[in-house]
Design a protein around this ligand. Structure first.
Ligand SMILES: Cc1ncc(COP(=O)(O)O)c(C=O)c1O
Length: 409
């Protein structure tokens, strides 16, 4: 029987449906499962003590302001700190190029709200971040996928995509979620030039840029774009909207992130945010600023890097030992994920069903391919589980994969 609710939902909810993969992933939340499926930071790196102290200081010194309504753009000292931090990477930004959001996920939603009309095309890497697809599906986005390899988006294939007339290009240049790949410097420069030639903006999503475990830092797309355009009096007015977040540097439960964009785009984003939630929690902004202001992040990020590097290395070592021939994987230089590739024709969703029986889980790669493909791929998170759990989980997964491979021959 139809309930009174069923015919009242807006059309856009049709694009918000559940998927087979999401249903499978619900099973991975059982407590005895070793899950490499989520994208969670390690709880052990959360700076609990620093937050405890900062809460006291904020309440003592700024209690009424920190508990009051605030400006939509965000707490000015925090935005100025982000501007100074960004300037270290040679992007000229002013505080009016920055808006604080309740997580980068909210910024992705606002970008959808501002730019996407039903049926608009967005260029994405294949594979790409599932959360962006979820945000933009609600606005009726369609996708043009550009293939990627271990050096990120294959930019040579971008021009063909841009001829379709997309609204923007969405890229995750550093230690991409899901594949772990990093866009090379050469491709970043090429991306900026091609985007400029076709007049198509770029959305750069960079939650993991600071989490590099080997190799040299590569300048962000926004900083290269800023360089490409030359000096502009200390403000940014280029072709990139840049997103980053405190989720992976401090803690995701804060729901605290930032957008860098030309000030005219920030003004529109502010309108979207005003309508959505007025502003991000004042208290959380004060507290995060208090924790970060004395240079704590520079030290803390070293602890995070050491922890995740060890976990990545353990995972790869175990995969080398336990995974059958024919299965390959990436060795990401940073971030939280690595990408497994099964022999052609093998279905990672079927492997997941069997893996769940053995109490281990991952995300089948098909979920990250909005225009199809990736059936034989899988995303594995290495940041959340401790080394011992990673050893046990990869042993279980290796056993599952060996069964599948032997059944095929
Ligand atoms: C690529 C990417 N963008 C955005 C987000 C959302 O981050 P936040 O916690 O800031 O909302 C994530 C979270 O995992 C992510 O991987």
């Amino acid at each position: 029987m139809q309930t009174p609710w069923e015919y009242r939902y807006a059309h856009r909810t049709k694009n918000m449906g559940s998927s087979v993969i999401r249903e499978l992933l619900k099973l991975t939340e059982q407590p005895d499962i070793i899950s490499f499926a989520g994208g969670l930071p390690a709880p052990k790196v959360f700076p609990v003590k620093q937050f405890q102290e900062a809460c006291n200081i904020v309440l003592e010194q700024h209690g009424p302001q920190a508990l009051q309504y605030s400006t939509t753009e965000g707490y000015l000292p925090l935005r100025e700190m982000i501007a100074r931090h960004t300037a270290r990477y040679s992007v000229e930004v002013a505080a009016d190029n920055i808006m604080i959001t309740s997580g980068s996920q909210q910024a992705l939603d606002f970008i959808g709200r501002l730019f996407i009309n039903r049926g608009d095309y967005i260029v994405v890497e294949s594979p790409t971040y599932l959360g962006a697809l979820q945000a933009w599906n609600a606005y009726g986005a369609q996708y043009i996928s550009v293939r990627s390899d271990e050096h990120g988006m294959i930019v040579d294939e971008l021009e063909a995509a841009l001829r379709v007339g997309p609204k923007f290009i969405y890229v995750l240049p550093n230690f991409q979620n899901p594949s772990g790949s990093t866009l090379s410097l050469e491709r970043r420069k090429q991306l900026i030039e091609i985007a400029d030639k076709y007049g198509v903006p770029i959305v750069e999503d960079d939650p993991y840029g600071q989490l590099r475990y080997e190799g040299d830092h590569i300048p962000s797309v926004v900083s290269l774009d800023s360089e490409f355009r030359g000096p502009n009096g200390g403000t940014y007015s280029g072709n990139v909207i840049y997103l980053s977040t405190f989720s992976k540097l401090l803690a995701p439960g804060l729901r605290l992130a930032w957008v860098i964009a030309p000030s005219q785009v920030i003004k529109k984003l502010v309108m979207a945010k005003q309508a959505a939630d007025l502003h991000t929690s004042s208290f959380i902004q004060y507290v995060a600023y208090e924790v970060a202001k004395g240079g704590f992040l520079d030290e803390h990020v070293k602890v995070i890097r050491a922890t995740y590097k060890e976990r990545r290395d353990v995972m790869i070592e175990m995969m080398e030992e336990m995974f059958p021939q024919g299965v390959t994987w990436t060795k990401p230089h940073g971030g939280m994920f690595l990408w497994g590739i099964l022999p052609e024709g093998m279905d990672a969703a079927q492997v997941l069903e069997r893996a769940i029986e053995k109490k281990v889980a991952f995300v089948p790669g098909i979920a990250f391919h909005p225009t199809g493909g990736g059936e034989n791929t899988m995303r594995l998170n290495f940041s959340y589980s401790n080394p011992e759990t990673i050893r046990e989980g990869i042993t279980r997964l290796g056993t599952t994969l060996k069964e599948f491979v032997s059944e095929r021959v």
